[in-house]
Design a protein around this ligand. Structure first.
Ligand SMILES: [Zn+2]
Length: 316
């Protein structure tokens, strides 16, 4: 039977939309206002129970907003738990902290992007002692210059290509396959196609591309995507989440009078079911992006660009 390598990647940051809009200033990574922390601390303790090593794409640029002390604590906590720290670029805090207009990598020139990535590598190295090798652009907002800048700064992997996402300004003939793109290895955000038939006749069927994500995907979707990859001989996929995936504001935004730190119990339950499924599936091996990179030399990558299809029937 074909082995499926699954990377669990966590965009590690405070909620950028709220921060850019200045509606939130509180750290959600480690802070909890004396309540239980459902950010990094909760995810790490769950990973410890499951024996999972994940990849944390760290928005190190929040250092210029929240201070280096917090970022140092974040890095120490991740390293202590033997997690993989890689680079997540939300350049606004380094390049445009006052106006907050340029929030995507694609809004910067090649020279600026090289500077942003160099600074990110340097800042992560300073706090972890290891230079990152993999990158994910904030909100997938990269363009061709980003790939060139990653290649110029000796990064190895980009993981921002998100098929059909409007923020993602690069295109590729591949949707899910790991491939060379613009001089660097591209490990796309894993996607699948859903086709929903509505039984009520006036509502037409929908055909959508979705990413494999703890918040957005149904449990059965994730299981079906795994099974499709295993039987389709597609040997790797990514499960996406955020460091703030378990807070209620993820969907609803922060409303006056509602605690910022209120847990989203439904998302938490879903996370545990998916982790248990992955850990107990004999055909699945959970590895970090760094471990996957080490394996790439010996892995026979297939051209089979599998996009799993999921059919759903809904009453309304
Ligand atoms: Zn982000």
């Amino acid at each position: 039977m074909n082995k499926l390598y699954v990377t669990i990647t966590i965009d590690t940051e405070n909620p950028q939309t709220l921060y850019v809009a200045n509606t939130c200033k509180t750290d959600t990574l480690l802070n909890s206002n004396n309540e239980k922390n459902y950010g990094m601390k909760y995810i790490l303790s769950a990973f410890k129970n499951y024996g999972i090593h994940a990849t944390w794409y760290l928005n190190i640029y929040e250092k210029y907003l929240m201070g280096e002390k917090l970022m140092a604590k974040v890095c120490n906590t991740l390293l202590k738990n033997e997690q993989d720290v890689q680079l997540h670029t939300h350049p606004v805090w380094l390049m445009d902290p006052e106006e907050r207009k340029r929030i995507y990598m694609s809004q910067y020139s090649l020279e600026e992007q090289i500077y942003i990535i160099e600074k990110g590598i340097e800042d992560i190295y300073k706090l972890t002692g290891t230079a990152p090798i993999a990158h994910r652009g904030g909100a997938y907002g990269i363009n061709k210059n980003t790939l060139q800048a990653l290649s110029a700064t000796k990064m190895k992997i980009d993981s921002s290509l998100f098929y059909k996402n409007p923020n993602c300004k690069i295109s590729s003939i591949y949707k899910n396959s790991i491939h060379k793109l613009g001089g660097i290895i591209e490990f796309p955000v894993s996607v699948y196609r859903t086709n929903t038939n509505y039984l009520i006749p006036y509502k037409s069927d929908t055909d959508r591309i979705e990413k494999v994500d703890i918040n957005y995907s149904a449990i059965d979707d994730i299981k079906n995507v795994c099974e499709s990859n295993i039987s389709g001989r597609h040997i790797y996929m990514n499960v996406f989440m955020h460091s703030f995936s378990f807070y209620k504001f993820f969907y609803d935004g922060i409303k006056p009078g509602v605690s910022l730190f209120k847990p989203d119990k439904k998302a938490i339950r879903k996370f545990h079911v998916v982790m248990k499924y992955l850990c107990t599936n004999p055909n699945v091996e959970i590895i970090t992006v760094n471990q996957l990179y080490q394996k790439l030399e010996n892995l026979k990558l297939s051209d089979n660009d599998n996009v799993p299809k999921i059919k759903r029937i809904r009453i309304v």
